[in-house]
Design a protein around this ligand. Structure first.
Ligand code: NDP
Ligand code: 2IT
Length: 444
């Protein structure tokens, strides 16, 4: 059996009931076959792949908190510190009822390669809880965040592990967590990113994931002599990533026709109104059903369905496995040119394969959404030098990072004979730096 197959089998055997983690490992290791074949003896001797797929540490803890009626609740908190070969663990905190250890491991594993691709010194980690922020009061959110950080504070620090936002964790939650960390540890440090601008946050971090997604999509299309201006796009999600992806799409001259949340989706033939979306989601924290009040010409549909709308570009920006084979078939039938993943692993393995086989340009999340964590690393730099940079400075660095990232994955794919396959290119380019750092640091 090949080394790659052996490790994939072992991961499945040793991590039962974690399908998303299996999926992420499978996709990465499948892409690495040509590299592993070339260096098999060395990698086997160092147990490199076994070390790569085993988190350095995984922490699971109780999070008790009290609701507004005085009733106590218990959620489970996680932090998976996956790989610190190239820098302190870095990755977001997801608060969603679907969170379990396997989800956090898949996200932490992806984060290793994504963070490597940014070119910045950050290792891979992820955390979260099965807490559901929906319908909770501000005080309940604070109670949860403080309890979560009371335990997490033992394991993180500005040079060891620096969490940030993800699904369900935005500026409000990061603020409450930062306050509790400072209170417990007595240290005002860059221990979290995505902080408020008044206390060490970076300008353009809020926008970074969505903007970065469009910068890399534009660069990828340009490399195929396609201008993004004048193109139509369909977007899923209506959270942090989706909102700023839509905003930047307009700035680059494209028109976005859809947005969605976990209950339904909207089709706006005149183009999604970003200001309305921000008010509904960022200010009112309401459902997308409200969108029709702002845009009477739009349609609201329950359930999922954005991928049936004909458009040039598809940008899944909600959650994992939200674009399946049937959706991929619709996209191909509708003549979609490109799919770029704003979310982490939103496209199933079968759908990805189908899109690639049918000539759709496909940018995987670990490359396409790396602008968020890259800008988090820029926030860490600003915190270390106790300075803050202007929006233009940060945005320019973000653009440069995304353009360089695209050319690095393009080059890696070509080097191994997979011209235009950015899945293979991203996995190989992300892996190369981490692997050589792990080898240089010995068996740890
Ligand atoms: P938000 O919580 O801001 O928004 C998430 C959006 O996706 C909401 O519209 C939400 O709908 C929808 N959604 C979440 N879970 C589901 C689900 N199970 N089914 C259907 N819809 C769902 O999160 P972000 O925008 O920050 O994150 C979106 C994706 O991008 C995630 O995959 C995340 O890991 C990834 N990502 C985020 C980065 C960041 O900087 N924030 C960086 C890189 C990647 P509803 O409001 O109804 O729950
Ligand atoms: O998936 C991701 O890259 C994030 N949620 C952002 C992580 C970060 O540390 O900014």
């Amino acid at each position: 059996m090949s080394y790659v197959d052996e490790v994939i089998e072992r991961v499945k055997r040793e991590n039962p009931g974690e399908p998303e983690f299996h999926q992420a490992v499978d996709e990465v290791l499948e892409s690495l076959r040509p590299v592993v074949d070339k260096y098999e003896a060395r990698f086997r001797k160092d147990a490199l792949l076994e070390r790569l797929v085993n988190p350095e540490r995984q922490i699971k803890f109780r999070v008790p908190w009290v609701d507004d009626k005085g009733n106590a609740h218990v959620n489970t908190g996680y932090r998976v510190q996956f790989n610190s070969a190239i820098g302190p663990y870095k990755g977001g905190i997801r608060l969603h009822p679907s969170v379990n250890l396997g989800i956090i491991k898949f996200l932490g594993f992806e984060q290793i390669f994504k963070n490597s691709l940014t070119g910045l010194p950050i290792g891979g980690g992820k955390g979260g809880s099965d807490f559901d922020p929906k319908g909770k009061s501000d005080r309940e959110i604070m109670a949860f965040c403080q309890s979560f950080m009371t335990e997490l504070s033992r394991y993180i620090g500005s040079d060891t592990d620096v969490p940030a936002g993800d699904i369900g964790t935005g500026a409000r939650e990061i603020g409450y967590m930062f306050g509790q960390y400072k209170r417990i540890c007595g240290s005002f440090e860059g221990v979290l990113t995505g902080k408020g601008l008044q206390y060490g946050g970076s300008l353009a971090r809020t926008e970074a994931t969505g903007y970065g997604l469009l910068y890399i999509t534009e660069e990828m299309l340009k490399s195929h002599n396609i201008d993004i201006s004048g193109k139509t796009a369909i977007v899923s999600g209506s959270g942090n990533v989706a909102i700023y992806a839509i905003e930047k799409a307009y700035q680059l001259g494209a028109k976005v026709l859809t947005a969605s949340d976990s209950t339904g989706w909207v089709y706006d033939p005149d183009g999604i109104d970003v200001a309305a979306l921000k008010e509904i989601k960022e200010v009112k924290r309401a459902r997308l059903t409200e969108y029709k009040n702002y845009r009477p010409n739009s349609e609201y549909h329950e359930g999922r369905g954005v991928w049936q709308i004909k458009a040039d570009i598809a940008l899944p920006c909600a959650t994992q496995n939200e674009l399946d084979l049937e959706d991929a078939k619709m996209l191909v039938a509708n003549g979609t040119i490109a799919v770029a993943e704003g979310a982490n692993m939103p496209t199933t393995e079968e759908a990805t394969k189908y899109l690639l086989e049918n000539g759709v340009y496909f940018l995987p999340g670990k490359a396409a959404n790396a602008g968020g964590v890259a800008t988090s690393a820029l926030e860490m730099s600003q915190n270390s030098e106790r300075m803050s940079w202007s929006f233009e400075q940060v945005d320019k660095k973000l653009q440069d990072i995304m353009v360089t990232l695209f050319h690095n994955i393009d080059e890696a794919a070509k080097r191994y004979g997979f011209d235009g396959n950015y899945v293979v290119g991203a996995n190989i380019a992300g892996f190369e730096k981490v692997a050589s750092a792990m080898i240089a640091q010995g068996i740890v």
